[in-house]
Design a protein around this ligand. Structure first.
Ligand code: SAM
Length: 247
């Protein structure tokens, strides 16, 4: 999977790529991530990437030429990308489903804004997608780019050591993950649920499926409206709703 990230703060992005799962994916060659300094594509000798807004008002706006030149340079050197994503709080919400969609593509370019945002013509000229990581405003697109690269990379075979962890993650199957415990079996007066110590695999499997549904019902009930549940899960959910007087 190929990513190209365009930013005025390349060191900030590189620092975020240098540890953990994504860095291992890069080291073993499953991920090919390049970070591009937007100033290298500026058109004047001061290497300016921003200018005052037409119509007046506060702050600066990112100029269109450097961003469009960066995307053209990436196309020449790295091939035409399957998606060019503009990071913006006004974009469509980035979700696990969106991570799966982008992960199925081979090459994604991420454009990080700063200041008041990016000249709006960039959207029409080069972007295929505009994505937000949540309903809040950050100072730049670097953290959203790292979030998106991380979420997609986890889905690329070979990046996460044991693919079962990814399959069982929250949202992967439309519901939240089940609770996890490790040694010691008793801590702070709280004991690990007996079933997990029983060694009975079928009971553990059923307990995990049911507690995943319970978590979802308690924390994110709206997910259950669209989750694709099998017969066993539907029966468990009915049971949980009855136990809680919800049906
Ligand atoms: N004036 C813009 C607005 O209100 O829509 C906000 C600009 S923000 C200070 C600067 C840059 O940070 C944006 O161009 C975008 O690249 C990035 N950014 C901020 N919040 C974001 C979010 N929730 N998701 C994705 N990108 C975000």
């Amino acid at each position: 999977m190929k990513f190209d990230i365009v930013t005025i703060f390349p060191r900030m992005v590189e620092a975020g790529l240098a540890e953990g799962v994504v860095s291992r994916g890069i080291e073993c060659g499953v991920l090919d991530v390049r970070v591009h300094d937007l100033r290298g594509f500026a058109v004047d000798r001061h290497r300016s990437v921003d200018d005052e807004p037409y119509g007046g008002g506060p702050g600066m706006v990112m100029k269109p030429e450097p961003l469009v030149r960066a995307v053209e340079d990436i196309r020449r050197r790295r091939g035409k990308a399957d998606a060019v994503v503009l990071l913006s709080p006004q974009g469509r919400m980035f979700t696990q489903a969106e991570a799966v969609r982008l992960g199925a593509l081979g090459h994604v370019v991420l454009l990080c804004g700063r200041y008041e945002g990016i000249d709006d013509r960039v959207r029409a000229l080069v972007a295929t997608d505009e994505l937000s990581i949540g309903d809040y405003v950050l100072s730049g697109g670097e953290l959203p780019a790292l979030v998106i690269v991380d979420a997609i990379s986890r889905l690329v075979p070979g990046v996460v050591g044991d693919s079962r962890s990814v399959e069982e993650d929250s949202f992967s199957r439309g519901v939240l993950d089940y609770p996890h415990y490790t040694r010691p079996s008793e801590f702070g007066g709280c004991r690990v649920p007996e079933v997990l110590l029983s060694g009975h695999h079928e009971d553990v499997r059923r307990w995990r499926r049911k507690t995943a549904l319970l978590r979802t019902l308690e924390h994110r009930p709206a997910l259950l409206d669209t989750a694709e549940l099998d017969d066993e899960q539907r029966a468990m959910l009915d049971e949980l709703r009855k136990e809680r007087g919800l049906s």
